[in-house]
Ligand binder design. Structure first.
Ligand SMILES: Cc1cc2nc3c(=O)[nH]c(=O)nc-3n(C[C@H](O)[C@H](O)[C@H](O)COP(=O)(O)O)c2cc1C
Length: 209
């Protein structure tokens, strides 16, 4: 199997908002497709260890915002590289709530779907949710961002990040997408995260303490 074949699959990029009894929260996803009509249904997959995954299981609803091409990397970083388990992602971020009380961004999105889960399947690393669209809105006339656009235009190029701890020994590598930790100083350049499938360039060094 050549995992690079998976890079040929086309996706959008989304902000997936949900809530539980504690807080509203959202994460970045790239997996969503329409899977049925009358009633219209979509499918999304969410990494089991993401805080958002547990929230969707708990409340049974979510708001899916489609990011447009005006989105900036700090927005993706804010929702996609940090967990709502450790931080309140909406404390300082402009948002609105849909009819189910799930958050969506006030700008940088071109469409919004208010969704109710009708089934969920545990796929091991991810949960597949099939949901009915209760409401949908066009939010701007800007073009949707694709996953390929994200990699080409939004994501910082390797080496752009400042290595503040570069004097210390590297003992491992952490996937910035899902938090998986690889043990060892050298991460193979063709390594792929066994949890979320992201490539070596999405890993950050773990330094000796
Ligand atoms: C471009 C991009 C695409 C991502 N795609 C997905 C995805 O399809 N499913 C998923 O569960 N997480 C995906 N993630 C990772 C989550 O956004 C990330 O793990 C986030 O920190 C989870 O936050 P939470 O713990 O608050 O839910 C993606 C992240 C990025 C930057």
């Amino acid at each position: 199997m050549d995992p690079k074949a998976l890079f040929s699959l086309s996706y959008g990029v989304f902000i997936l908002g949900s809530h539980d009894n504690t807080k509203i929260n959202a994460c970045v996803t790239n997996t969503c497709m329409q899977v049925a009509a009358n009633p219209t249904r979509i499918a999304i997959t969410v990494i089991n260890q993401n805080y958002t995954c547990g929230q969707i299981k708990e409340c049974g609803t979510f708001a899916l915002s489609v990011l447009d091409k005006s989105v900036t990397f700090p927005t993706i970083e804010h929702f996609g590289f940090h967990s709502g388990r450790d931080t309140d992602k909406f404390a300082s971020f402009p948002y609105s709530l849909d009819a189910n009380g799930n958050p969506y961004l006030n700008d940088q999105i071109c469409a919004l779907f208010t969704c109710k889960v009708i089934s969920s399947t545990d796929l091991g690393t991810h949960t597949l949710f099939v949901a009915e669209i209760e409401d949908s809105k066009v939010m701007s006339d800007k073009a949707p961002l694709t996953y390929a656009d994200y990699h080409k235009d939004i994501k910082p190029k390797p080496g752009a990040e400042k290595m503040e701890d570069s004097g210390k020994k590297i003992v491992g590598w952490r996937c910035k997408i899902c938090g998986y930790e690889y043990e060892g100083a050298e991460l193979p350049s063709d390594f792929e995260c066994p949890i979320c499938g992201h490539p070596a360039e999405d890993f950050e060094p773990i330094y000796e303490s």
